[in-house]
Design a protein around this ligand. Sequence first.
Ligand SMILES: Cc1cc2nc3c(=O)[nH]c(=O)nc-3n(C[C@H](O)[C@H](O)[C@H](O)COP(=O)(O)OP(=O)(O)OC[C@H]3O[C@@H](n4cnc5c(N)ncnc54)[C@H](O)[C@@H]3O)c2cc1C
Length: 498
Amino acid sequence: MGARRIIIVGAGLGGLSAALHLSARGFQVEILEKNSTVGGKLNRMVADGYSFDTGPSLVTMPDILRETFAVGGARLEDCLTLQPLDPICRYRWPDGAQLDLSSDVAKTSAELRRLAPQDEAAFFRFLSYGADLYAATAPVFLFNDFRDWRNLWRQLDGRLLRQLPRLATLRTVADRTADFFSSPHLRQLFNRYATYNGSSPYRAQATFCLIPYVEFAFGAWYVAGGLYRIAEALAQVARERGVKIHAEAPVAEIVVEDGAARGIRLANGDFLPADAVLSNADSLYTYAKLLPGLRRRAYSDDRLARIEPSCSGFILLLGTARKLDALAHHNIFFSSDYPGEFADIFDRLTPPVDPTIYVCATSRTDPTQAPPGGENLFVMVNAPAVCDAYDWDDVAPSYRDRIIARLAAAGLTGLAESVVVEDILTPKRFATWFNAHRGAIYGLSSNSLRNAFWRPPIRAREARGLYFVGGGTHPGGGIPLVLLSGKIAAAAVAADAR
Ligand SMILES: Cc1cc2nc3c(=O)[nH]c(=O)nc-3n(C[C@H](O)[C@H](O)[C@H](O)COP(=O)(O)OP(=O)(O)OC[C@H]3O[C@@H](n4cnc5c(N)ncnc54)[C@H](O)[C@@H]3O)c2cc1C
């Protein structure tokens, strides 16, 4: 096959992964990124010696990352230093209970015996349930384009699929955690994993109970120097393979003529022809803004307005002038009303009154991330996607104060006084920074079967030579999944080129 020219809109992880897989298959690849830096939602801010990863803080399924480097002819170990975390996370509840979850089974068992001895065995049964879910669903729904019927047919394994009724995949995550655990603390802890793809445990289907298993089986990792190193390293490997990456090159239109993608038009009016176009920009944003020439059957403006986005995030980046020894690398301060919190986010579309607060302090394990004697806190609460009812710019200052007060009440006293560097990231900011539809951080929510399985497919139905890659398409959001979408999209492009 002669080298065919492929344009990718966006240098997020999905776009970088697709570029590596496509160039390994002999395509000429060019990426056009609107921002000055690569990485998309995996990004970084640096101020006065404090460094903050502004997006992901946890790497799971590192073999997928390893494979992405390998397809570019590089070894992950030569490019990045992955560090296992122990504990994986420190959980605290309003009643004073605390638990350190470790991938060291003996340590976790000891913690469970202390907090909820009646549920120690249930924990291992729950992990084994997650392993069964993973075995039954991952080959079909994660590693392949199940929307391509030929693929689906090849991958269907009757023996595994017959298990699905037993695995109760159509019940919710919260139903299943209640089946396994009697401790309200552990129910809340394992319900939280539904937020790993921006969904509510009270609505997302039980399949997502495989996430804790994945975290235990494949580990929870940090990248020395910050997770932004992943984006830098992937971009470097891509460039070495001949991929051209243009920063500050916003695309205004994907040009579709006679039912086929012909190239893109930049915001400055230049037209760049291509044999195929992959949009790594949010798929719903792409339909709404980049495809004016397309007759959109499935994604009319009406339909787009009705699709539920994943949750967004409200984030405080806080550089402190003192150490906070109560913190581990990852910390969760749970709310007292978890159902109410998700009703705020997905039903009432309002910032949660009583939010669960995630605090990531990479400076606890990586001294390069903050000046000596300080911490770099990434403080995040799940927040609703942007809606018309209020403006995040108005809400942000008082919501920031409420979160800091909650942390003080939970034991992080003196935090407000020790902050020397600060920034706030709101859903509105995510919407403009990355063109994320309504500021959603994982694309579509997986709160319904329809949303989970009927996201815009990788191979667009409306035009030949038009593909999607990243969290807004199959298999979904999160680092490993968007890397997989790049691999699957490259295979689709190659198959169509043949
Ligand atoms: C706060 C936060 C916390 C998270 N935590 C985790 C975590 O701990 N673990 C995990 O695995 N995942 C996490 N995620 C999710 C993960 O970051 C995303 O799923 C993933 O990075 C998305 O990658 P993507 O390829 O879909 O594209 P994006 O990152 O959305 O990149 C799309 C790119 O397209 C560019 N673009 C958009 N429009 C245009 C245009 N018109 N022209 C040119 N370029 C354009 C954007 O600027 C952007 O660079 C988190 C995300 C956020 C925001």
